[in-house]
Every structure is written in structure tokens, then in C-alpha cells.
Design a protein around this ligand. Structure first.
Ligand code: ATP
Ligand code: MG
Length: 96
């Protein structure tokens, strides 16, 4: 099996979010509920089916550890084009 082949079937809820034409999607799910998998699949869908340029995709996470994991998962799924995407931890600044 290719590294780029997904090993599971998306739930109907995941598929709806992955293929949504809406620009604003909110996903609420339990820990381990498949949120990151959904994001990875949406990026794959945008690049392979919707002709979205990888350079136009930005993914922000809370921590650099999460960014590293997401980058790896996107790379495994989408391949080398993932290198053109911006996947990074967001900076949260507190004002006092
Ligand atoms: N539809 C699905 N069917 C089977 N397995 C799935 C499905 N969606 C996700 N998984 C698997 O479930 C596990 C958890 O998924 P994932 O990491 O996407 O969840 P998460 O909501 O991002 O977790 P966390 O809250 O820890 O960030 C992974 O091993 C993933 O491959
Ligand atoms: Mg996650």
C-alpha cells in the first residue's frame, strides 16, 4: 500500500467537512475523534480535487510539536507538494 493511501474510511461527518465548499468550517470532536485526520484529508482534497495551490494553504497549530506532527501527516498523504505549504505554530501574545 502506498504511503499516500488513506488506511480508513472517513465518517459521513468528516467527509462533509472535507468536501464542504464553505470557507468557514468549525469542527468540534472529542480527543482522538479524527480532527487532524479531517484537516489532512481536506488539504489533500483541496490540492488534488479543487486545484488549490499548496502555496495558498496555511495551517496553524497551538504548539510547534503539533505543527511537526501535522506537517508529517500532510506530507505522508499529499507528498512532496506539502513542502510548499505553510504549516506552523501560531504565536499567541498576551497583553497586560
Ligand atoms: N474515520 C476514521 N476511521 C478510522 N480511524 C480514523 C478515522 N479518523 C481518524 N482515524 C484515526 O483515529 C486516530 C485519531 O485521529 P486524529 O489524530 O485525527 O484525531 P484528533 O481528533 O486530531 O486527536 P487529538 O485530539 O489527539 O488531536 C488516528 O489514528 C487516525 O488515523
Ligand atoms: Mg489532532
Amino acid at each position: 500500500m502506498s504511503l499516500n493511501t488513506r488506511k480508513f474510511k472517513l465518517t459521513p461527518e468528516q467527509r462533509k467537512a472535507v468536501e464542504s465548499k464553505s470557507k468557514d468550517i468549525v469542527v468540534l470532536a472529542n480527543p482522538g475523534g479524527g480532527k487532524t485526520a479531517l484537516i489532512v484529508e481536506r488539504i489533500h482534497h483541496l490540492v488534488t480535487k479543487m486545484q488549490v495551490s499548496p502555496e495558498a494553504i496555511m495551517a496553524l497549530t497551538f504548539t510547534s510539536k503539533a505543527a511537526t506532527k501535522l506537517r508529517q501527516r500532510v506530507h505522508n498523504r499529499v507528498g512532496v507538494t506539502a513542502k510548499a505549504m505553510w504549516i506552523a505554530p501560531s504565536t499567541v501574545q498576551a497583553c497586560s
